[in-house]
Design a protein around this ligand. Structure first.
Ligand code: FMN
Length: 215
């Protein structure tokens, strides 16, 4: 199982970065291969349809597209800004959504958020899943919101609260099991019944993508 993991915060000392590092450690312990990316690697301009038409996707969006295509599933930790999702991440979703075939389509995603507030960023996560699901991603029903993130981590980067730590581990491993079940369906080279099933799924998803032509 190949996982792409990143936090969408660009802040030095980001709590979401601490959370994604912890999630990556748990996933690796479970046997997954984790590509832990720094979102600075995906630096890109604000979405501009003229630029898209004249120049195609910018370097950062192409880099993100390649990393998504190379993964079976994704772990994402993303902050809540003003009761909603991160603008940095929405911009990246929009750019990458203009690539064909749609890179998000069929990718299993586990969403997390960390915030010093009592809400832990859960409102932002509900907003974040909307464009991802609109792009055909399979967002795990459970999402992990970590409240009081400024006090939540111990010196080793683990969660100090045992219940929170247990919840993260149970959800994350549950997500990985689901992603493993989906990966053969979404994989590129299949044979027999699995190949036929994949064709049917891809056909159904492609039908939907015609509503939003590439340009
Ligand atoms: C522009 C802005 C808006 C914010 N809005 C919210 C919010 O609506 N809810 C919340 O829980 N925290 C909010 N915060 C606080 C962030 O959760 C906090 O800065 C957090 O540390 C950001 O994540 P990071 O540590 O990964 O950078 C906001 C922060 C900024 C900079």
């Amino acid at each position: 199982m190949k996982l792409l993991a990143f936090s969408t915060s660009l802040r030095d000392g980001s709590f979401n970065h601490k959370l994604i590092e912890l999630a990556a450690r748990i996933a690796r312990r479970d046997g997954a291969e984790v590509d832990l990316a720094d979102f600075h690697e995906f630096d890109m301009p604000l979405y501009d349809a003229d630029m898209n038409r004249e120049e195609g996707l910018p370097h950062g969006a192409l880099a993100l597209e390649r990393r998504i295509l190379n993964a079976d599933a994704l772990l994402i930790a993303t902050p809540e800004y003003n009761y909603s999702m991160s603008g940095v991440f929405k911009n990246a979703i929009d750019w990458v959504s203009r690539a064909r075939p749609m890179p998000w389509r069929g990718k299993a995603i586990y969403l997390m958020s960390a915030s010093p507030s009592a809400m832990g960023g859960i409102r932002g996560l509900w907003q974040t899943r909307v464009p991802l699901e609109g792009c055909g991603a399979l967002v795990f029903p459970d999402m992990f919101a970590l409240p009081h993130s400024d006090k939540a981590f111990d010196q080793d980067g683990n969660l100090a609260d045992r219940e929170n730590a247990k919840r993260l581990e149970v959800e994350l491993l549950g997500f990985i099991r689901m992603a493993e079940a989906l990966a053969p369906i979404c994989a590129k080279r299949l044979t027999g019944t699995a190949r036929q099933k994949q064709r049917e799924i891809v056909a159904a998803l492609e039908e939907e993508s015609k509503i939003q032509p590439a340009s």
